[in-house]
Design a binder for this molecule. Structure first.
Ligand code: ZN
Length: 344
């Protein structure tokens, strides 16, 4: 009886330790699989983003009559600098191999449109910190690979926390990339064209970035997709805010993250209050502010249009009325292309 018990016990112990060893091994294998799956997921997401941007039909502006004989605007230059930090290599590949900058609809829409004193050069590079900036001395708009990484990570975190779907992270990255580059382009235009700005330049270029995204989104992006992209850009303002401000923050040339967030909600809602009433009913924009947003949105887009029209190249020359007609026509076309009420 005793012997049987010992045998039984030792068999059981053997089974348990075997299972333990097995679980250790399989845990290791599982970890390996997880790492591989994550790498694969990342690669898939990056490819999906490159595909998504490549599929965007860029905006082509109509030329005026006898356009061929008239001068074109000054075209932009583009460069992808290879990073030294191996961690940033995937972002270099994403940008370089997919020629990302040539697939951003708003940048492409204004490339060659304006009479600039010299080309703006868009550079993607390693900066040793997440950043994006315009350098007047070099006429360069620089986007750091570190920023792409931070945006991708933030997109993945949001997607996971709120179960927003597999493609959310890459949409978040693309939307913020577009907004940030347009914001910096705004600084470049103000400097190069000596555009008069009253109020804070940082607010003015947020407004320009918003207007350009609303007017020059890809031809197969609906107004709603544009609004979604802008809302992802506004989310980024909140992410960097701790809410605990010191004097430096109050004195900064940028408005507080929360203020930039609400300014952007206001311009989205104001562009079409009926369509975006949800922004107010969901509590993302207080009613007291919302009331003035339609007028604010009209004023912002009109102001930027008036500021830029004198610099449009003769090839595309247009009046304010003609530009507005063109924008309306383009919005109809975009919504027709994008909002197919059936599966195709
Ligand atoms: Zn700025």
């Amino acid at each position: 009886m005793k012997l049987r018990l010992i045998v039984l016990l030792s068999v059981a112990l053997g089974l348990v330790s075997g299972a333990f060893l097995y679980s250790l091994l399989s845990e290791k294998r599982h970890q390996k699989e997880l790492v591989a799956a994550r790498a694969q997921g990342r690669a898939d997401a990056e490819k999906a983003m490159a595909d998504e941007l490549a599929a965007l039909k860029p905006v082509v502006l109509k030329k005026v009559a006898n356009a061929e004989s008239k001068p074109d605007g000054v075209h932009f230059a583009y460069e992808y600098v290879k990073p030294k930090n191996p961690e940033l290599e995937p972002f270099y590949q994403l940008a370089h191999d997919g020629d990302l900058l040539h697939h951003l609809p708003e940048i492409q829409a204004i490339d060659g449109l304006l009479m600039l004193p010299r080309p703006i050069k868009f550079v993607m590079a390693e900066c040793r910190e997440p950043n994006a900036f315009y350098t007047p001395e070099r006429s360069e708009v620089v986007m750091c690979y570190e920023t792409l990484k931070v945006l991708r990570d933030r997109g993945q975190q949001l997607a996971q926390e709120q179960e927003l779907g597999d493609d959310y992270a890459q949409r978040y990255l693309a939307a913020n990339l577009r907004f940030i580059l347009l914001h910096e382009t705004g600084h470049a235009l103000i400097d190069m064209l000596d555009i008069p700005i009253t109020g804070r330049e940082e607010d003015a270029v947020d407004q320009l970035a918003t207007t350009l995204m609303q007017r020059f989104a890809g031809l197969n992006e609906s107004s709603r997709q544009t609004a979604d992209n802008l809302r992802m850009a506004s989310n980024w303002f909140l992410v960097r805010s701790t809410g605990a401000y010191n004097l430096d923050a109050y004195a900064d040339e940028h408005a507080l993250g929360e203020q930039r967030y609400f300014n952007l909600q206001c311009l989205i809602y104001g562009s079409n209050p009926a369509r975006y009433v949800g922004i107010v009913t969901d509590g993302d924009l207080p009613e007291a502010r919302a009331k003035t947003c339609p007028a604010e949105a009209r004023r912002v887009s009109k102001a930027w249009l008036r500021l830029l029209i004198p610099h449009v190249a003769p090839k595309y020359e247009m009046t304010e009325e003609k530009a507005n007609r063109l924008f309306e026509q383009r919005e109809r076309e975009r919504n027709r292309n994008a909002e197919v009420p059936y599966v195709r």
